[in-house]
Design a protein around this ligand. Structure first.
Ligand code: SF4
Ligand code: SF4
Length: 691
């Protein structure tokens, strides 16, 4: 078609691609290295399922998901076509040998038609449907136009080619037989003068090649860089839940700071995340902060950081890091940093696996541990945890007062040990169950269930400390590690193997984060245990409740994958099954209390818990059930705010304790316990919990 011209175009495309892409590559390479090839089979599987298979796109929002997936698959199919067209620039009659070429030509034609249809649908969505999550973006329109041009010019090129060379003796005859759309276009061109077909043939070809080169350059300059980085980002994704945050090495004597201060502190994966954001807005639809008008969404944060990264290019590449401003306050507002409930919705909704929670917590770490700059409400919380190992600062010696007046035994492990008795399960009550009046009822209900099932359980009582979840997620890693080490020491001193919690935050911290400090245990949430007890016939329930709706706690469901057991238990206690919120399972909407938000005022926008309760009340439940003390408090307050006090807010343990009819005491296994040292906790305080 024109070897010199095609060579010039290829060179221009390549030069443009390298010119606009090289700095982004350099910024990526200079960043802190955290990209890893560990667990290769899992990474390859993810690449196939989520990268090439586009699973999250399709399941997250099927209509736009299929649209995007078809365009993406079409893009892959048409890569081969682009190659053949480039070769034709050097040798015009080139075509893929017939036995493969016939099939490919047919596939290519159908694919191009589908892609064109999808482009039409994309335009319709942007102009007519206008989903809230999508902003009108110039780049998106440019890309839609470029893809459209590629498809149309290819059909025109084929049509003119078949009209010119597709006759019985022509070199394009074989290809024509397998090209339904190209053939159709050629029929339209059949009566046209040869000059017309020559102009269309050459014109369509060169416009196609020029668009292709322009598209490649445009990718490096726009949000459509995700076309290049999405697959690597999926491949290098974090394989663990964002409920598991990495441990900071606080003993590193060379460390000059902790946490993220400037853009230079972002890691390679975090920068790849920024390049990969497609700006699709899926992360916003059920982000509790975005929905309730707080200044935070994963997309927004990506956008702010990406622009700042590009603006900081000179300083970063010249290693003039002291010229870079701290992110907090200068680039990212503190309200943004402190708004996140760490619920993980955005991460599971993101089709290209962009992380949010660790990045937010790393910024908090710097503010808390280096700057001492954090919401003043946390002051009291940290002090309470430091002095008495609970966020209210109530005397640690009052930790087992919730057991007073109970008509079932709740032994401490120390008592069991002294009596030479065995222990199957340590019930880790947590601060909420120990001190919060409303949540003490849940601890009592669970104690009744455990007794009814005949389990050998014990509590640590005064020897229990706060797990440190709030400290960890608000960035106070130092305090977290102190609290965690205290509990681990205690568990190990009693040779604890199995820990039971009623709080998903305690569950998550002990299960996912204590192992990094040397404490590895079998950890169960009470809904898992109760489900098992029902299945084993150790407790029997009557269907004493009706119209029960279940709210998925983020740290139980999304962060730890426990969805079925709470529903199975509630199903056994309810007459008419379990009702669902519109947003449930992995799409559940946070109650607003995670990530330390439980202890902070909510002064911006509307209240997250009220939004969640509003959604639940639409189903007319008589009970909103949950399996998390934080959620329960938030639901209770939300119900009161909505003037819906006829709706009860209950924990699953309370529902089970009330529905239990045939307790069959049975002995559990035998786990011996050892007590080495008496407990030692810091000074006491006599404050009482806030209602
Ligand atoms: S983790 Fe939750 S609150 Fe935080 S940005 Fe993501 S969706 Fe929003
Ligand atoms: S972070 Fe993910 S979900 Fe959010 S806009 Fe970017 S690509 Fe879409």
């Amino acid at each position: 078609m024109g070897p010199i011209l095609i060579t010039l175009m290829l060179i221009a495309g390549l030069v443009g691609f390298v010119y606009f892409g090289k700095d982004k590559l350099k910024l990526l390479l200079r960043a802190r290295k955290d990209i890893t090839f560990d667990n290769l089979p899992e990474r390859i599987k993810g690449l196939l399922v989520y990268g090439l298979g586009q699973k999250r796109l399709i399941t997250g929002d099927p209509s736009s998901g299929w649209m995007h997936a078809l365009i993406f698959w079409g893009f892959l199919v048409l890569l081969v076509r682009s190659l053949t067209l480039i070769i034709m620039g050097y040798y015009e009659p080139f075509h893929i040998p017939t036995f493969i070429g016939a099939g490919y030509t047919f596939l290519k034609d159908i694919t191009e038609a589908l892609v064109l249809l999808m482009i039409g649908y994309a335009v319709y969505r942007r102009v007519v449907i206008r989903p809230k999550r999508l902003e009108n973006s110039r780049d998106a329109w440019i890309v839609l136009i470029l893809i459209g041009i590629l498809m149309v010019t290819d059909f025109l090129f084929d049509g003119a080619k078949f009209a010119l060379f597709g006759g019985p003796e022509g070199w394009a005859a074989a290809e024509r037989a397998f090209s339904p759309i190209g053939n159709l276009v050629s029929l339209a061109f059949a009566g046209a003068p040869s000059l017309f077909n020559q102009v269309v043939y050459h014109g369509a070809y060169w416009i196609h090649i020029a668009t292709l080169m322009g598209f490649a350059v445009f990718l490096t300059m726009s949000k459509h860089m995700h076309v290049i980085t999405s697959l690597p980002n999926v491949f290098f994704r974090r394989l663990e839940t964002s409920g598991k945050l990495d441990m900071l090495n606080l003993e590193d004597e060379d460390a000059e700071k902790f946490g993220t201060v400037t853009i230079a502190d972002l890691s390679q994966k975090q920068i790849l995340d920024l390049y990969t954001c497609t700006e699709c807005g899926r992360c916003k639809t059920s982000c509790p902060t975005f929905v309730t008008d707080k200044p935070l969404s994963l997309k927004m944060l990506n956008d702010q950081l990406k622009h700042h990264l590009v603006d900081s290019k000179e300083a970063l590449l010249a290693n003039k890091l002291d010229e870079l401003p701290p992110l907090a306050s200068n680039i990212i507002s503190p309200d943004t940093i402190w708004a996140c409930t760490t619920c993980g919705y955005c991460e599971q909704a993101c089709p290209v696996f962009i992380d949010q929670v660790p990045r937010i917590v790393e910024m908090r770490q710097n503010l808390v541990m280096m700057e001492g700059d954090f919401p003043q409400e946390l002051n009291k919380v940290y002090k309470g945890m430091e002095r008495n190992s609970n966020p209210w600062g109530i005397g640690y010696d009052k930790r087992e007062e919730w057991t007073k007046g109970l008509d079932v035994p709740v032994p401490t492990v120390a008592q069991l040990k002294a009596e030479g008795k065995n222990l199957d399960i340590l019930y880790f009550v947590g601060c909420m169950g120990s001190f919060d009046e409303r949540n003490q009822k849940i601890a009592r209900a669970l104690a009744k269930i455990l007794n009814a099932a005949g389990l050998n359980f014990g509590i640590l009582g005064k020897e229990e400390g706060c797990t440190g979840d709030t400290a960890k997620r608000t960035g106070n890693e130092m305090l977290f590690q102190e609290l965690a080490k205290f509990n681990i020491e205690k568990f190990d001193s009693y040779d604890i193997k199995t820990v039971l919690t009623t709080c998903p935050h305690c569950f998550n911290t002990i299960k996912n984060e204590y192992p990094q400090l040397g404490g590895t245990y079998k950890v169960m949430h009470h809904t898992e245990l109760i489900d098992q007890l029902i299945k084993d016939g150790k407790i029997n329930l009557q269907q004493a409740f009706e119209d029960v709706i279940f709210h998925d706690p983020c740290y139980l469901g999304r962060q730890n994958g426990i969805y079925d057991q709470p529903r199975a238990v509630l199903g056994a206690a309810s007459k008419n099954g379990v009702m669902e919120f519109d947003r449930h399972h992995e799409k559940s909407f946070c109650c607003g209390a995670g990530g330390g938000r439980m202890w902070m005022e909510e002064t911006i926008g509307s209240r997250i818990n009220e939004e969640r309760v509003r959604e639940g009340l639409e189903k007319n439940p008589s009970v909103i059930a949950s399996g998390c003390p934080f959620c329960l408090v938030m639901m209770k307050d939300g119900v009161a705010a909505k003037d819906a006090n006829h709706v009860k807010t209950l924990d699953i343990a309370e529902i089970v304790a009330e529905a239990m009819i045939i307790p069959l005491p049975m002995a559990g296994g035998n786990v011996s316990i050892k007590v080495d040292n008496p407990p030692s906790l810091p000074q006491t305080s006599d404050e009482t919990p806030e209602a």
